[in-house]
Ligand binder design. Structure first.
Ligand code: S3P
Length: 430
């Protein structure tokens, strides 16, 4: 699908956001591992969480959505999953593959996890290494999926103390889920904190030791049956926060947005650039902070972003690059080499696409240098490269670029935000 976006004169209204992708995956997996019935309110129809549900169904988990959209999952407990009759197809979803590999490592049956072309190019040694250190038998093809996991030996998984070599919530969660099956205490140590949904949802013990976080999962930790309520996805909101900042005459409202501090560094960065975003009605829903956001236009200045902030805005960097291209002055994004191993190489994709629209962008091994030129982007044809966040970020750029912008392969937005293009055109006046 080719999506055409015209320069907008304003964006106004309340945006309907999809439910948080990270929390959705985890709610479904934990519900499947619990020993009874869980209910999940606001489970999204996005492709990635659906991949997780489909895999769980292949493992014998009964999950049904009622007329009100509430998903009821009948958990099979830690040891009650069925051997899969086919490979587990994780689609485009790295979270599905990495988290479920942790669960599969603890099973007495073997499994194979596979995915689409993009997912088969993403690094999987990062999960195979710790799982092997726990005694799991994991085989990869050249460091990549398919991930083949042999049945667990009779002795079971060994506990592990694991210092994450890369700040990754997916790797952290994989080891913690495998830790549920280990004979003893598994400790994951992170020096740079990443999103903490898994440890929150499992109710794990966390200790701060010498500036590092130790996340502890004990043998026999009970996975609770629960009523989960998934908040709006901050990473989806991010596109509209930048769009509402850049398009003059805008006022956008985004309600019930997840505001977990391990996810919201973009608010801090946009604030530092001069944005006008207000947060109201802050409250706690389940075990996650949520709030209502309003964004109004502002003139942005360039900023330096790097270090510990990066994991907390990792998925928002593509749209931050759009904000930077429309700011006054230089923005430098450092320490973001992880973007090269996402659904596509996001540093390359954003620098190529923004340059197509006339922006001044230099690619660095670990980031981007963007010399913003105010609202002077020019419409053109850009490539999503099949990556949902690249497609949506470039859709936002199209709202500010003079003339018309065409986003090729735009349908991939459905991976995390099925209604993205219709929401964009609904709130936009040209
Ligand atoms: C996610 C973690 C992040 C993020 C991804 C979702 C998660 O990946 O980019 O979109 O739900 O755990 P990494 O953990 O690999 O950085």
């Amino acid at each position: 699908m080719i999506q055409t976006v015209r320069q907008a004169s304003s964006l106004r209204g309340t945006v309907s956001l999809p439910a948080d992708k990270s929390i959705s995956h985890r709610s479904a997996i934990l519900a499947a591992l619990a020993g009874g019935r869980s209910r999940i309110y606001n489970f999204p129809r996005s492709a990635d969480p659906r991949s997780t549900l489909d895999c769980l169904r292949t493992l014998g988990v009964d999950a049904e959505r009622d007329d009100d959209g509430v998903l009821t999952v009948r958990g099979r407990s830690l040891h009650g999953l069925n051997p899969p009759s086919a490979p587990l197809d994780c689609g485009n979803s790295g979270t599905t593959m990495r988290l479920l590999s942790g669960v599969m490592a603890g099973q007495k049956f073997g499994s194979v996890l596979t995915g689409d072309e993009s997912l088969q190019q993403r690094p999987m040694e990062r999960i195979a290494d710790p799982l092997r250190a726990m005694g799991a038998r994991v085989e990869l093809r050249d460091g990549h999926a398919p991930v083949r996991i042999r049945p667990q030996r009779r002795s079971g998984l060994q506990p592990l103390e694991y210092r994450l070599p890369v700040a990754s919530a997916q790797v952290k969660s994989c080891v913690l889920l495998a830790g549920l099956y280990a004979a003893g205490e598994t400790v994951v140590i992170e020096s740079t904190p990443s999103r903490d949904h898994t440890e929150r949802m499992l109710g794990l013990d966390i200790q701060e030791v010498g500036g590092e976080r130790h996340i502890i999962v004990e043998e026999g930790h009970i996975v609770p049956t629960a009523t989960w309520s998934v908040p709006g996805d901050f990473s989806a909101a991010a596109f509209f926060l930048v769009a509402g900042t850049l398009v003059p005459g805008s006022e956008l409202h985004l309600d019930d947005v997840g505001l977990n501090p391990s996810r919201t560094a973009l608010l801090e960065v946009l604030d530092g650039m001069g944005a006008n975003i207000t947060v109201e009605n802050e409250r706690v829903q389940g075990n996650e902070p949520v709030g209502d956001l309003t964004v109004r236009p502002a003139t942005l200045s360039g900023i330096d972003v790097g270090g510990r902030l990066i994991p907390n805005l990792i998925d928002e960097i593509p749209v931050l690059a759009v904000a930077a291209a429309c700011a006054e002055g230089r923005t430098q994004i450092r320490d973001a080499e992880e973007l090269r191993v996402k659904e596509t190489d996001r540093l390359r994709a954003m620098s190529e696409n923004l340059r197509t629209l006339g922006a001044d962008v230099q690619e660095r091994e670990d980031g981007l240098i963007i010399d913003g030129n105010g609202p002077n982007l020019l419409g053109g044809t850009v490539q999503s490269q099949g990556d949902h966040r690249i497609a949506m970020a470039m859709g936002v750029a199209g709202l500010v670029a003079h003339g018309t912008t065409t986003v090729a392969d735009a349908e991939c937005a459905r991976v995390s935000f099925p209604g993205f293009w219709s929401e964009l055109s609904r709130v936009a006046s040209t």
